[in-house]
Design a protein around this ligand. Sequence first.
Ligand code: NDP
Length: 602
Amino acid sequence: MSETAIPKPHFDKEALRRKYREERDKRVRPDGNEQYIEIKDHLAYYLEDPYVPTTEREPVTDHVTFAFIGGGFSGLVTGARLAEQGITDVRILEKGGDFGGTWYWNRYPGAQCDTAALIYLPLLEETGHMPSEKYVHAPEILEQYQRIGRHYNLYDKALFHTQVKSLVWDEENARWQIETDRGDNFTAQYIGMGTGPLHVPKLPGLPGIEDFKGHSFHTSRWDYEYTGGDPKGAPLSKLADKRVAIIGTGATAVQCIPHLARACKDLCVCQRTPSSVDIRNNEPIDPEWFKSIATPGWQKRWLENFTANQTGQPVDEDLVQDGWTDLSKRVRARISQLPRENLTVEKMMAAYEDSDFEKMEEIRARCNEVVEDQETAELLKAWYQQLCKRPCFHDDYLKAYNEPACHLVDTDGKGVERITEKGVVVAGVEYEVDCIIYASGFEVGTPYERRSGYDTIGRNGVKLSDYWTDGMRTLHGVHVHGFPNMFIVQATQGANLISNYPHNLTECGNTIALMVKHAQDTQARKIEVTREAEDAWLELLLQAPPMMIGSTECTPGYYNNEGQGWGEGVQRATGYPHGPVAYFKYLDEWRTSGDFDGIAFT
Ligand code: NDP
C-alpha cells in the first residue's frame, strides 16, 4: 500500500505542536519538584491514619525466614507464592493498619482502578474471586488484599502500623537485622521490599498553607468524619452546607470531584493542568460470561493478552478492550499501513504522533459535548500527548461541571498562589471556603530512602543509596550485588509494564519463591547476584529505546520530574529492551531452568 492511502489527518499538526509547546512552557518552573513540601513535623497530622486505630503491642525480637517490607500487592503476591512453595515463616511489615498498600490509603469517594479488574487484581484464580465490574471500586480491591492475606495465612505474623527504621546485613550470620518505629528488633534470612512508587503524600509548598483556619486533608487520608458518606459511595451528606476547594485535577481528583460536586454547597476546583479524560464504559461482570472464560489458567491468558495488545505485539484478539489497548491498536494500525521501506524510527514516531493527535482531539471534543458551559469546556481541554500525564477515564467527571455547585477555577498553568486563613487565592482573587482538599499527589522524584524511611545497608556497611549514586543497578530490577538475600519487588529494570503494575509484581513474586525454595533445597545460606551479571544486565538495558514517559518535551508532572527530567540516571530507569512480553517469557525460562544464571547460591 502506498503512503498516500493513509488517511490525511483533519487537524493542523503544526498548530497543535505549537499549542502543546506553549502550554508546556508556561508550566515549567525553576523549583521543579522543590515546589512541593515534605509532610512532617508540624504538618505530620496530614499523615495520620483516619481508618484504623493503632493498637498497642509488644515489640518482636525473634527470627523469621522471610520479612517483607510493604503490605501492598508486592508483599502479598510474594507471601502467597512463598506459601505455595511451603515457606510460611513470613512476616509482612506495613505502615498502614491492614494490607492494601495504596488501596489502604486511597479510600476517597469514587476511588476506582483504571485498569480492568480481571488483569489488575492478582491471584483471582487462586482465591476464587469474580470481580463485580470491569473496573472495580476501591473497597473491592481492598477486599481482594484481605482475601489473599487470609487465604495464605499472611495475617498471622504481619505487623501493621509499623515502619522499618533500620535494615542492616549481617554477613557473619547471613541474615538481615531489622528495627522498626515500634521498638521491634528482629532478624530475617531474607528480605523483600515492595514499598511502591506512590505512597508518600505531598502538599504544594504554598505560602500560608499553615494559616488556614478551616478544615483540610489530603485525598489519601479522606476525612469521612467531616464529609459524611463512605468509600462505598454513600453521599457526602455533611458537605451540604460547606464550601469546599479541591487543589489538583489529576487521576485522584477526576474520580472524587463528581461526588463532591453533587454534595457540596459550593465546590471550587483549582486546576493547574487539565487531565485527559476519556470514556470509561464500566459495566458489571456477568457471572455466566465469567464462568465461560474462567477456565483453568484464564488469568495468565488474560494478562498475557493485555500485555501483548498494550505493547504493540501481534495478537489475534483483544480480550480486555480498554483505553490502554485502544491507543496501542491505533498506533499499530497506522504503522501497519506504512510501506516496508518507510519503517524507519522517524516514520514510526510520526505515526505515533498522528494517532495521538487523533485520540487527543477526540478527548478534547468530548469536553465540548459533555460540558454545557463552553467556556468551562475549553478550559478543561488537555493540550499534550496522552502519555505525557497519567491518562484518565471517567464518565461523570466532565458532567460534574454541569452541577450548579461546581466551579472550575482555572489558574492558567500557574497553580494556586497562596492559602489564607479563609481560603485559596488564585490570580489575586481570594475564594473563601470551609474546607480545602489536597489532591496534590505523591512524592516521586525524592530520594528513595526518604520515602522508605530507611536506607538499606549491605555488605561492608555499603548503603544502597551510595551504591546507586549514578542510578539504579540490578539484575531484573530485583537483585543487587553486595545486598545478599534481598529482593526488590517493582517494575523498573524488569518488564517496566506501567499500564498494569501488579503484573510485574506477580512475576517478581513467582521468581523469588522459586529462588528461596532452590536455596533451601540446596542448603545455600545466601542468594546474591554476581557483579558481572549485574553489569551485563545494565549493558543490555542501555540498548533500550528512550522511554516515551518522562520526556522533558512533555508538560511538567511527576512523570518527567516536573519538567526537569531525570538526569543521567534516567537511562537506567528503563525496562528490558525487547519489551514486557519478551521479558516475562525470558524470566519464566530463567527461573524454571533451575540455573538462575548470574546468581550465586552459597
Ligand atoms: P497527581 O500527582 O497526578 O496530581 C496532582 C495534582 O495536583 C495535579 O493536577 C497538579 O497539577 C495539582 N497541583 C499541584 N500543585 C498545585 C498547585 N499549586 N495549584 C493547583 N494544582 C496543583 O496525583 P493524583 O493523586 O491525582 O494521582 C497520582 C497517581 O495515582 C496517578 O497518576 C495514578 O498513577 C495513581 N492513581 C491511580 C488510579 C487508578 O485507577 N489506578 C486512580 C487514582 C490515582 P499539575 O498537573 O499542573 O502538576
